[in-house]
Design a protein around this ligand. Structure first.
Ligand code: UT7
Length: 311
């Protein structure tokens, strides 16, 4: 892959900003940008292959791909179908889900429900984005915040006891409220401007909503399972801003050492942020089988969501 690092100082040579401002306000130190010819599907395929390898499965074992993205290769067909073809998967179904930064948890919930009703046995859930393609380099309030990336997990059907000791997805909670459309959006689109557009965000407003909504949706997940914040082994939050993540840890009275923080390395990668953080913590041995993992995210729409998973 020719995806490459871009530090805050490199951006500061291009935009009226500074490493100090970005680190203080967001915790971001660098981000990755896809190469000129690299598409969201290329990143997704890379992540999908890594997830299959970890699961000991082949593409032909997968019967469902749900890919979360707000930056698809093309308007249609779904980017997920590109991944399907690349994995040599001739059967099953593949489609995209669009919930911006909450996309991965939405996709996880969709796949989990397919598995629960018996419509899928092995599902690949992917979050993949090339946000660098929709950044306005004249706008310092948004351009320094985002990065490109992809992450993926495999969900497999397995009988459980129906208790919180089961492995896999224990509960998911999804919300949206379209009244906040104009606080975080892209100012272009197929049926409006016929262009791709750029990210626009009222950052301070989004920040306020995020802290409140994320706290609510995390409580919902704990209530639904009868678990307590003290039971959580790892909080894997959407990586938009270190200050939002710190606020969530404080709200849950969770030691910051139990929070997976990758915003410094990846910046905000939208639907890819939660699976990328998961990948880092699984590979470095922090998240281990049996651990209780709480994921949460919030994004444009607004959308917000949580998932409790027993690894
Ligand atoms: O992923 C979807 C969810 N998204 C989020 O959760 C993002 C939520 N919002 C945030 O993370 C924060 O609101 C931001 C990081 C976007 C902004 O931080 P802030 O502390 O809310 O800053 P602000 O927007 O209130 O701006 C403070 C100052 C302003 O200057 P004045 O008006 O105080 O003179 C901005 O013009 O910082 C200025 N500023 C910058 N300065 C240097 C804004 N962007 C930059 C920049 N470099 N890149």
């Amino acid at each position: 892959m020719c995806i490459r690092d871009r530090t805050n100082d490199e951006l500061a040579a291009q935009v009226d900003t500074s490493d100090e401002w970005i680190v203080q306000r967001t915790g971001i130190r660098k981000r990755h940008f896809a190469g000129k010819d690299e598409k969201t599907s290329d990143l997704a395929i890379h992540a999908a292959r890594a997830a299959l390898e970890s699961a000991g499965l082949r593409g032909t074992d997968i019967d469902l791909i749900v890919l979360a993205t707000a930056t698809p290769d093309q308007t249609f067909p779904a980017t997920a179908t590109r991944v399907q073809a690349a994995l040599g998967m001739e059967n099953g179904i593949a489609f995209d889900v669009q919930a911006v930064c909450s996309g991965f948890i939405y996709a996880l919930a969709v796949a989990d429900n397919f598995v629960r009703v018996g419509q899928a046995k092995n599902a690949l859930v992917i979050g993949a984005e090339t946000f660098s393609r929709i950044l306005d380099w004249e706008d310092r309030t948004t351009s320094v915040l985002f990065g490109d990336g992809a992450g993926a997990v495999v969900l497999s059907a397995e009988a459980g006891e129906g208790t919180s000791a089961d492995h896999g997805v224990l509960t998911t909670h999804l919300h949206s409220d379209g009244r906040h459309h104009d606080l975080l959006y892209v100012d272009g689109g197929v049926s409006s401007t016929r262009t791709v557009g750029h990210v626009r965000m009222a950052g301070r407003e989004v920040f306020k909503h995020a802290v409140v909504r994320l706290a609510e949706v995390v409580d919902e997940a704990l209530e639904a399972t009868g678990l307590d914040a003290a039971d959580i082994d790892w909080l894997v939050p959407h990586q938009a801003n270190k200050r939002i993540i710190d606020a969530m840890a404080k709200k849950l009275d969770l030691d910051i050492a139990r929070v997976v923080m990758t915003v410094d390395q990846h910046a905000n990668t939208s639907a890819a942020s939660v699976p990328l953080a998961l990948d880092v913590a699984v590979r470095d041995g922090r998240i281990r089988p049996g651990h209780l993992v709480l994921m949460e995210a919030m994004g444009g729409g607004f959308t917000w969501a949580s998932a409790l998973v027993r690894w």
